[in-house]
Write a protein that binds this ligand. Structure first.
Ligand code: ATP
Length: 245
């Protein structure tokens, strides 16, 4: 069953055409990496999926919800779709544990003891059990991002969207975050869409690669096809640039 489906989607910022007739389908459980040059529309595309950006034309279905329908209850839709941002977006005045417990408490009304147990298990999973009582300001960038991932997982989402999750990190922090993401991708029921410039992650973890340029989806191939021989000249050029970086 498809988890995310774009049908002839158009997105404008004023006069600027940011997404051009996008057609795309991501099935439940798939791990898809979205790549492309700076300004090609990757963030815009991923942000439309949880309604952070509106679309102007076409249809966008997420977990059965029609996002272009004004009657759609976006809060209900978002319960199942988590997002991890480049800049973590943790609550600075709450401990790591409280950050992870907050949304399930408020949104799902999860029982407090159960909530704490799940949150601690998740902190354990991302290697932060010993930082539960620390404030975000006491964490490194990589630890903040792993806390943000644990926080998203606490909602038990069906899909997780990652918008350049390692771009703001010092190089030595990147590996730990990618390891956690790799672990999540192994869960066959989780749908993941990841905007990243980490080609080795894409090669190792993605089922599929989507390449965008100038607001268009130019390629949508299996990971193997894409890295063996991208069809589009712009994709070939992009790959040779990032790989010789
Ligand atoms: N709020 C906005 N208002 C106007 N234009 C915008 C807005 N957000 C993005 N854009 C434009 O839309 C285009 C796509 O931006 P987007 O951030 O989606 O690209 P990207 O592929 O994620 O780039 P990067 O890899 O640099 O993050 C860019 O030309 C950008 O300037």
């Amino acid at each position: 069953m498809s988890m995310i489906e774009f049908k002839n989607v158009e997105k404008y910022y004023g006069d600027f055409h940011a997404l051009k007739h996008v057609n795309l389908k991501i099935d439940e459980g798939e791990t898809v990496v979205l790549i492309g040059p700076s300004g090609s529309g990757k963030s815009t595309l991923i942000r439309t999926i949880n309604g952070l950006e509106e679309i102007q034309e076409g249809q966008l279905l997420v977990n059965g919800f029609d996002l272009h329908d004004p009657k759609t209850d976006m809060n209900r839709m978002r319960k199942n779709v988590g997002m991890v941002f480049q800049h973590f977006n943790l609550y600075d005045n709450k401990t790591t544990l409280e950050n992870v417990m907050l949304a399930p408490r408020l949104v799902l009304k999860r029982d407090e003891a159960e909530n704490k147990k799940i949150a601690m298990e998740l902190l354990e999973k991302v290697g932060l059990a010993d930082k539960a009582a620390n404030m975000p300001s006491e964490l490194s960038g990589g630890q903040k991002q792993r806390a943000a991932i644990a926080r998203s997982l606490a909602m038990r989402p069906k899909a997780l969207l990652f918008d350049e999750p390692t771009s703001a990190l010092d190089p030595e922090m990147v590996g730990d975050v990618l390891d956690v993401m790799r672990d999540i991708a192994k869960d066959s029921s989780m749908t993941m869409l990841v905007v990243t410039h980490e080609m080795s992650f894409a090669k190792a973890v993605a089922d599929r690669v989507i390449f965008m340029a100038d607001g268009e989806v130019l390629e949508d191939s299996t990971t193997r096809e894409f890295f063996e021989k991208p069809k589009e000249v712009r994709a070939q050029k992009f790959l040779s640039q990032v790989e010789h970086h």
